[in-house]
Design a protein around this ligand. Structure first.
Ligand code: FEO
Ligand code: CA
Ligand code: CA
Ligand code: CA
Length: 653
């Protein structure tokens, strides 16, 4: 998310902390810093000596994977020891365009408003599509995305289901009259613009296109949903004035080893509000940033579902991870409560010792990183008819200043999470995940976003997009306007382990403003957000510099240009800019076909209100960007972009 809670003030709501816990006393931090600060400054690539020791040698070592991942293509790139990056870096750009390296093509696919079926409602460039139309069209603000092959072998790289999230809507661009009076039809159109799209795509005569398919489907803010795990559908906290429905603010995602998609609910608090002067938030509500004004969407004025005073339990139905079976278009999405309730950025699935492991950041300033570990082998659980996501332990991370870390269990009855301390049961712990994590002493982080696991050695990478600067060496800059990437190795390279060793992989930024940054014009970037490993072990990094900051010299961002995607070789620390996006947009969502010869990425919120370029209006929705249609009477829209190499080679090689 970049802005949108108030289109006149370009502030990202995630930048404002709602964590008052003050985890980690400051004197402890100062003492510890003396030992590690210089190490972090000394090199952007590697910081903790302990980590190198654990890696068993030089940075180039790829220790064999002790457990395989899934969903990652095993390409034929065979990069060997030459280095993984084979493209010419693209320069920073402020153009209203997509730029890719020489030898690559970038084509737009399924922009917002594309009808799911060829006979469905056509996109209307003047925003006059109805809520009903929107429910049969691709949603807005594309984010996390996965490609599910249809067919084995080479066929599976020519046809598949693209499943993608729609994080939010831009009120100025969604309606003909923009942000004027709120009506029920407008709320309904916004709800239909959120959620998930399932779209069958195929490679035909060298170009990818969407096709009519029985799999094509929308999940929106009103789709019926079910709950499972410790907070079951019968739990009193879930009893609200309307049936359980919808998923909102679908940021990043995950793909399970058993072939389903998981969508994450991030800034759900912003949709709720009230005009009731008597109402004030409970401590639990305040901890999730719920307040009377919300993010200024004013849905509660037209739909009592979103009035926190009249329908408070509706709040408890959001903040979860939601499992969707894309292969069964009639299946009901299930909110998997064992994975906790917070502002889930993403859900990175891995497998170790037969168990499922899910990493998830809580993207707000000063929040935490979580990991769910299944109780037993997931294949066995599925054979018994159980969901592997309903049975397991949720942990939260503590990063210590000596380069070590611990996963702290959020289990009722353990540590401080007892009845004596007011914790009723495991459902209570999960409904109040943030407070439970406060209680066990988790480490506050500079906005934890995506997690990626290196398929070559099981090392885990986390983007910390930016922050005010929280205690601890894991947040080495105060403030931290550019963000950084942290990585760790779980004990024994076993991702189910409860301890790890970590270091700072890379500080983002511009050395013209921060001499600690070891980047140059081929790779300066800010606010890393999306992060993903391809099957060869290339680390793809996508940026989301806020529109309050982008291009501004007074914020140290005038050399960085528009948001971008870079590729890094984690063995050497080499990094190159691969793609630059249009104005006002972030780059997010990345996946390849199994053969790695097609990459899909998303461009989210092109043309959004920015401090540097100005603001779109209902009269001139093109004030910032007119990507991708460049129609003089149209409007900018989020879209998927298909990247191919002219020679048909592996992307990035
Ligand atoms: Fe949805 Fe944290 O970006
Ligand atoms: Ca964003
Ligand atoms: Ca993000
Ligand atoms: Ca972001």
């Amino acid at each position: 998310m970049s802005i949108d809670h108030d289109s006149h003030v370009h502030t990202d709501p995630d930048d404002i902390s709602s964590n008052p816990s003050g985890n980690r006393p400051f004197h402890e931090v100062l003492a510890a810093r003396a030992g590690r600060r210089d190490i972090v400054r000394g090199g952007t690539v590697i910081a903790a000596a302990a980590f190198l020791g654990a890696a068993g040698g030089a940075l180039g070592t790829d220790t064999p994977a002790s457990a395989g991942g899934h969903g990652h293509g095993r390409g034929k790139g065979r990069p060997g020891r030459r280095g993984l990056l084979g493209f010419d870096p693209v320069p920073p750009s402020t153009d209203d365009a997509i730029t890719v390296p020489p030898g690559y093509t970038a084509d737009v696919l399924i922009p917002w408003g594309t009808p799911l079926r060829s006979r469905g409602p056509a996109w209307r460039k003047d925003a006059t599509n109805t809520a009903g139309d929107q429910a049969e069209q691709v949603g807005s603000h594309h984010d996390g995305m996965h490609f599910f092959p249809l067919g084995r072998g080479p066929l599976g790289s020519r046809r598949g289901l693209l499943v993608l999230n729609h994080e939010y809507v831009d009120r100025t661009l969604l309606y003909p009259d923009g942000d004027a009076e709120m009506t029920r039809e407008k709320v309904d159109k916004a709800l239909a613009g959120h959620g998930v799209s399932v779209v069958e795509v195929e490679l035909s005569r060298g170009r990818w296109r969407n096709v009519d398919s029985r799999f094509n489907r929308r999940v929106t803010g009103t789709t019926p949903v079910a709950f499972s795990g410790p907070v079951s559908g019968r739990h009193p906290a879930l009893r609200a004035n309307n049936p359980p429905m919808g998923t909102l603010n679908n940021c990043s995602h995950g793909a399970t080893p058993w072939g389903t998609y998981v969508t994450c609910e991030e800034n759900w608090n912003g949709y709720f509000g009230t005009e009731d002067p008597q109402w004030s938030p409970t401590p639990e509500q305040a901890r999730y940033g719920v307040n009377a004004a919300g993010f200024g969407y004013r849905w509660h004025l037209a739909d009592p579902r979103f009035d926190v005073a009249r329908n408070p339990n509706e709040l408890h139905r959001f903040g979860w991870m939601v499992e969707i079976d894309p292969m069964n278009p009639r299946s009901t999405p299930v909110k998997r409560t064992a994975l906790g309730r917070f502002k889930h950025e993403g859900a990175t699935f891995w497998e170790s010792r037969g168990r499922v492991v899910v990493y998830s950041g809580d993207d707000q300033d000063g929040e935490y990183l979580y990991k769910f570990v299944g109780d037993g082998p997931w294949r066995m659980q599925r054979a018994l008819g159980r969901s592997p996501l309903d049975h397991g332990t949720l942990y939260v991370a503590r990063f210590d200043d000596d380069g070590k870390g611990v996963w702290l269990p959020l289990e009722h009855g353990k540590g401080p999470l007892t009845r004596a301390n007011g914790w009723q049961d495991q459902a209570d712990v999960l409904l109040r995940t943030r407070e439970a994590a406060d209680a066990v002493g988790a480490t506050a982080l500079d906005r934890p976003e995506w997690v990626a696991v290196n398929p070559k050695n099981n090392d885990v990478y986390l983007t910390l997009t930016n922050g005010t600067g929280w205690p601890g060496e894991v947040n080495p800059r105060t403030p931290n306007p550019y963000g950084h990437i942290v990585r760790w190795r779980e004990r024994g390279c076993d991702n189910t382990a409860t301890s790890f060793e970590w270091d700072v992989f890379m500080l983002a930024g511009d050395p013209a403003y921060d001499p600690q940054v070891r980047l140059d014009e081929t790779n300066i970037f800010g606010s890393p957000d999306g992060i993903w490993f391809d099957g060869d072990g290339r680390l793809w990094i996508q940026t989301d510099v806020s529109n309050s900051t982008q291009n501004r010299p007074d914020r140290g961002h005038d050399n960085i240009g528009n948001n971008a995607m870079l590729a890094a070789d984690p063995r050497t620390g080499e990094i190159r800019r691969f793609l630059v996006g249009p104005r006002g947009a972030e780059i997010t969502g990345v996946v390849t076909t199994p053969d790695q010869r097609t990459m899909f990425i998303n461009v989210q919120h092109p043309g959004e209100s920015t401090t540097y370029w100005g603001s779109p209006t209902p009269e001139d929705p093109r004030a910032v960007s007119n990507w991708p249609d460049f129609d003089p009477a149209g409007r900018p829209r989020s879209a998927t972009v298909v990247i191919r190499k002219a020679d048909g080679g592996v992307i990035g090689s």
